[in-house]
Design a protein around this ligand. Structure first.
Ligand code: ZN
Length: 150
């Protein structure tokens, strides 16, 4: 990756970690989940409002963690709004493939999530980046109340 692009990505991550978007409680939530990444100490609670057509109308989170986990949650919440449950799930698959380096032969457009693609060089940080997603998927599927990366 070119150095100036790397620096730009880093700037976006720092901005989102310092001023997370959609941070707070969601009054109208009808599904939620908690996620923990014991390896790093990241913890977050995610709430969302899924309408009758399985469209994510709103999503918010609270929690604490490293810059990567907070930035990932912040960017994710921006992207999830307006997506159908199935679209959110396939975006996560593409994102996960990108950050784990399994997408060598794929070139899915993951939009803004691209800024986090650098974590593939740091295997221990991959869980920080994917934790918010595991939590969101659990919430919209109402499958588990708590997810852990371990
Ligand atoms: Zn972390």
């Amino acid at each position: 990756m070119m150095d100036d692009l790397k620096a730009l990505y880093q700037e976006v991550i720092i901005d989102h970690s310092r001023n997370p978007r959609n941070f707070g409680a969601l009054e109208s939530a009808n599904c939620s989940a908690e996620g923990v990444n014991p390896l790093c100490g990241d913890e977050l609670t995610l709430q969302c409002w899924l309408d009758g057509n399985d469209v994510i109308q709103d999503v918010k989170f609270v929690g604490q963690g490293c810059a990567i986990s907070i930035a990932s949650a912040s960017i994710m919440t921006e992207m999830l709004k307006g997506l159908k449950k199935s679209e959110a799930e396939s975006l996560f698959e593409d994102f996960r493939a990108r950050v784990t380096g399994l997408d060598e032969f794929r070139s899915a457009d993951i939009g803004k999530l691209e800024v986090l693609s650098g974590v593939r060089e740091f295997p221990t940080r991959v869980k920080c980046a994917t934790l918010p997603w595991h939590t969101a998927i659990a919430a919209i599927n109402r499958s588990e109340e708590q997810v852990t990366t371990e």
